[in-house]
Design a protein around this ligand. Structure first.
Ligand SMILES: *Cc1c(COP(=O)(O)O)cnc(C)c1O
Length: 388
């Protein structure tokens, strides 16, 4: 880059990228041919169901699918989303005004604040959290306030200890939660909706992990709560449920005025989802829910292998109730999460994510993703047992 080029202030405002050193060490380890076990990134290792691939192949052969897609997507896709939502949460959504397909839910989450946040407006984000929330608020000119999530509160925000809601436009919540792997209860959402309505705060719910849960405990949607439709928008994704992270398809649903704001932003940024992917998405959404049981069983086995294995070597971690992560307090022999992650990589060739990368409240934890086979997890346990 030449000296005359200046980045915009909004880019300079972003927090520094904390994983530079770890990324470098990881690439070096792989280049050296070490047998690296990557528990760092939350990207499913399993393929999409064959019927989804087949639907995509057929869709590719239809010339009608190769044009610009309409912004709001195929009516059949929005109907499939409405049907899915009704079956899963017993909530009816209007396919034309309360549902909007996205090029992956991250895309929608990142663009949504542009439609509702004015410069100087405050937005609450939970800490730790998915980094895209903070960036989206800063890009919209908003101010971020971090709401700490504590283990003693089961990583739910303590509604009795929130800061002043003056000037607060919206708040992000994410359950099942990345990185803490916990769920919200319906009772929590009832209180949150009451609070948000009383204080005129928009709820932005990220439910990317709605179908990745354990022990049969189905996560609830905030939209199940009476009154939520007045103030909430919820983001869903096909990425984790159907192993389609690379395809880029998800949706937003909820309050029609909020959906219209997102739609207006998006019509100025993109031209919809490749229509063949929409057709394949319809096939994915029509997958009988029981078939996702197999996926959950696989993650549950991996979870138990990791949690029980680490417990047997003295590292006690509460089992996650949802999402495919284990959020673990670092053993006392490490100073902080960055040092712990580096030590794991240097001494065991295992990649983990330091908790501080999800916000200051993530310090003292590391995140391990259950997106490698059970054999590899067993191998990881064996290696970790040697250094603890
Ligand atoms: C994976 C993930 C997403 C984004 O998924 P998309 O692939 O963009 O649909 C959103 N939120 C959280 C917390 C995630 O972990």
């Amino acid at each position: 880059m030449t000296d005359t080029i200046e980045w915009a202030d909004r880019l300079k405002e972003l927090p520094p990228y904390l994983f530079v050193d770890i990324d470098k060490a990881k690439r070096k380890a792989i280049a050296e041919g070490r047998d690296v076990i990557n528990l760092g990134i939350g990207d499913p290792d399993l393929p999409p169901f064959p019927h989804i691939i087949d639907a995509m192949k057929a869709a590719l052969n239809d010339p009608a699918n190769h044009h610009y897609a309409l912004d709001a997507g195929l009516a059949d896709l929005r109907q499939a989303i409405a049907d899915w939502f009704k079956t899963r949460f017993q909530v009816s959504l209007d396919r034309d005004t309360e549902i909007y397909p996205l090029i992956g839910s991250k895309e929608g989450l990142a663009h949504f604040p542009l439609g509702i946040v004015n410069p100087g407006d405050k937005v609450w984000i939970t800490d730790p959290s998915y980094p895209a929330y903070q960036a989206s608020v800063l890009f919209a000119g908003g101010k971020v306030t971090r709401i700490p999530l504590k283990e003693s509160q089961n990583f739910l925000p303590d509604l009795s200890k929130l800061p002043s809601s003056k000037g607060v436009k919206a708040m992000f919540v994410n359950y099942p939660n990345n990185p803490t792997a916990t769920c919200a209860t319906k009772e929590f959402y009832k209180q949150l909706v009451d609070f948000a309505r009383a204080n005129n705060i928009i709820i932005i719910s990220d439910m990317a992990y709605s179908e990745i849960y354990y022990d049969g405990m189905k996560p609830v949607s905030v939209l199940e709560v009476e009154g939520a439709h007045d103030i909430a928008i919820e983001f869903h994704s096909l990425s984790k449920t159907y192993n389609m992270t690379g395809w880029r398809i998800g949706w937003a649903c909820g309050n029609a005025k909020l959906i219209a704001a997102l739609a207006k932003v998006k019509t100025n940024y993109d031209s919809g989802i490749f229509q063949a992917i929409q057709v394949a998405g319809i096939a994915a959404l029509k997958t009988p829910f029981e078939e996702i049981d197999d996926l959950r069983r696989i993650y549950e086995e991996r979870r138990d292998c990791l949690i029980n294995g680490l417990r047997s070597v003295g590292w006690k971690i509460p089992p996650p109730s949802a999402a495919f992560y284990v959020w673990a307090k670092i053993p006392k022999c490490f100073q902080d999460s960055m040092q712990a992650a580096k030590a794991f990589l240097d001494q065991t060739d295992i990649v983990t994510t330091p908790g501080v990368g999800f916000g200051p409240a993530g310090e003292g934890y590391i995140r391990m993703a259950l997106t490698v086979s059970k054999d590899r997890i067993a191998e990881a346990v064996a290696r970790i047992s040697k250094i603890l």
